[in-house]
Write a protein that binds this ligand. Structure first.
Ligand SMILES: Nc1ncnc2c1ncn2[C@@H]1O[C@H](COP(=O)(O)OP(=O)(O)OP(=O)(O)O)[C@@H](O)[C@H]1O
Ligand SMILES: [Mg+2]
Length: 152
């Protein structure tokens, strides 16, 4: 599995990484975000939404599970926190993943078994109050393309 690690020094930088990633996102991409409470998953998502030209604020989708936004591509912001493995079908996860949009899934490891092979995983880890480690992982050739588009 290919891997790429960066560190951000403050929240705006994490949002900026999300924004840059969105610029190279394509229909069908699935981005799986994991990390402890307060790691920065939602702020990363806010930056991502900005990069996709979504208007308005993107918040944590905890109570709705899937939130749909329109930008350059449809954005499906998903929070798997309250799900159990196997509940993807129930919430329409497969329709979303197979559709024309981009999926951004917080707490994705909870539904790990239901994620497609081309999923790009982003793990956020708190290093200090203001520093986070962002680890990107992928197996598919799509991951190589994303990293290239990302300037790597
Ligand atoms: N480098 C950084 N990157 C991201 N967030 C940071 C950074 N430094 C500090 N923070 C702060 O950490 C918090 C991250 O909160 P956020 O809601 O994005 O986390 P989360 O992973 O979505 O948490 P939860 O699982 O509770 O929803 C914010 O208060 C943000 O200001
Ligand atoms: Mg969150």
């Amino acid at each position: 599995m290919a891997e790429y690690v960066i560190h951000t020094k403050h929240v705006e930088e994490t949002m900026y990484v999300g924004e840059q990633l969105a610029k190279v996102a394509m229909a069908g991409d699935v981005f799986a975000l994991d990390g402890d409470l307060g790691a920065g998953k939602t702020h990363f998502s806010k930056g991502f939404a900005k990069g996709l030209h979504v208007e308005g604020n993107v918040n944590s989708p905890t109570f709705t599970i899937i939130k749909h936004y329109e930008g350059r591509l449809p954005l499906y912001h998903i929070d798997a926190y309250r799900l159990d493995d196997g509940e993807g079908e129930e919430i329409g996860l497969f329709d979303v993943i197979q559709g024309e949009g981009v999926s951004l899934i917080e707490w994705a490891s909870i539904i790990e078994d239901e994620l497609p092979d081309h999923t790009i995983r982003i793990s956020l880890t708190r290093v200090s109050d203001e520093e986070r480690q962002l680890q990107f992982k992928g197996v598919d050739e799509r991951f190589e393309q994303v990293l290239k588009g990302f300037g790597q």
